[in-house]
Write a protein that binds this ligand. Structure first.
Ligand code: PMP
Length: 340
């Protein structure tokens, strides 16, 4: 019996508690006792979920000194495949380099490790969270001398905004919190500490009953949501911003730009003023976790009739076809979990 075929049975054989179906369903819950996955990849080894721990003196815990990624694996007609694995690993290296964090593995090693982890857990559809951070050695701000910890987690995680959001859309607000300036923290890197800005914005949005928040920069331009890029549809043209607006350059954003090109949709990359949002025909958010989520309203003003618009639907359909290996044009974006 192989680990891939029967991961849960094997977990029992090696003395790890079996993952209950309930735990798999409650998949966004990552408390240690729920065990959403059998295994974690940690510093070169596959270890049981509960053994993947760090010490409380860890530099990354105190100062947010780490860089991470978010990747999805989808089931396809040829078996589970990771979507744009290479792009995510490349951005991980770029984020690490920004902070002088030297990943002690090659791009190939980390791609192999990610695939190995998904195989070990036996997942077909899952979310993958690679993270690199400075561990325990000093709590001086300069992490020099701290060991570099590299961990890859994977667990089943349905759409971040909930199962209906992809069709019904979500209600978002403009956040009273400004997006961090790229002159203070380079927003093109995906670093742990910078997410405190997103946490403040999502906490405020959620207290006020909104599903997500859009942040403006200090000059009043639209940047992005707490964990997604933003697109508008304006008279059949797609509009989004770029790094000039302090956004993380999302892999999903790039995918949508390429799919828009396939669909002969005109794309404008420009700074966006908040007024532009309210007058848009459609708006949607993009991210690995939330895929293509329509925006139904902003600050309670319905956008394009308050439901998913036609252009959003067309792109969302193309996206789903692509990530699940049904778009022959972009099969090169897939890395199969089981070698073919
Ligand atoms: N912006 C922010 C701030 C994010 O955290 C994310 C999620 N990684 C995105 C945009 C979308 O990036 P991607 O499409 O690569 O998931």
């Amino acid at each position: 019996m192989s680990l891939v075929d029967h991961p849960r049975t094997l977990c029992q054989n090696v003395g790890i508690p079996e993952i209950s179906d309930q735990a798999v369903q409650r998949s966004s819950n990552l408390a240690v006792h729920t065990i959403p996955a059998s295994f974690v990849w940690k510093n070169g080894k596959i270890v049981p979920w509960q053994q993947a721990t760090v010490h409380v003196s860890c530099h990354g815990l105190h100062y947010g000194t780490g860089v991470f990624e978010g990747i999805r694996c989808y089931n396809t007609p040829s078996g589970p495949a990771l979507f744009r694995l290479g792009s995510h690993i490349d951005r991980w290296f770029l984020s690490a380099q920004t902070y002088g964090l030297c990943l002690p593995y090659s791009r190939q090693d980390l791609m192999r490790a990610t695939l190995e982890l998904v195989r070990a857990n036996g997942f077909s559809n899952c979310y993958i969270r690679p993270i690199a951070f400075w561990g325990s050695q000093t709590l001086a701000l300069n992490p020099k001398g701290c060991p570099i910890e590299i961990v890859i987690l994977a667990w089943p995680w349905a759409n971040y905004m909930g199962p209906d959001a992809l069709v019904t859309g979500i209600d978002v607000c403009l956040s009273p919190w400004k997006r961090i300036s790229p002159h203070a923290i380079p927003t093109k890197a995906k670093a742990c500490g910078q997410y405190l800005n997103s946490v403040l914005a999502i906490q405020d949005a959620s207290r006020r009953g909104f599903a997500e928040a859009i942040l403006l920069d200090e000059a009043g331009h639209v940047t992005e949501a707490t964990g997604e890029n933003l697109f508008l549809v304006d008279r059949n043209r797609l509009v989004t911003n770029d790094q000039e607006s302090a956004v993380l350059l999302g892999v999903t954003r790039d995918t949508v730009l390429q799919l828009a090109n396939d669909l002969n949709l005109a794309v404008f990359i420009q700074k966006i003023r908040p007024e532009h949002l309210f007058h848009a025909d459609e708006a949607f958010l993009t991210g690995t976790a939330s895929e293509i989520t329509p925006v139904a309203s902003i600050d309670m003003h319905p956008i394009g009739g308050g439901r998913r618009g036609q252009v959003t639907a067309k792109l969302a359909e193309a996206y789903q076809q692509t990530v699940t290996g049904r778009n022959p044009r972009h099969l090169d974006w897939l890395t199969y979990v089981m070698p073919h």
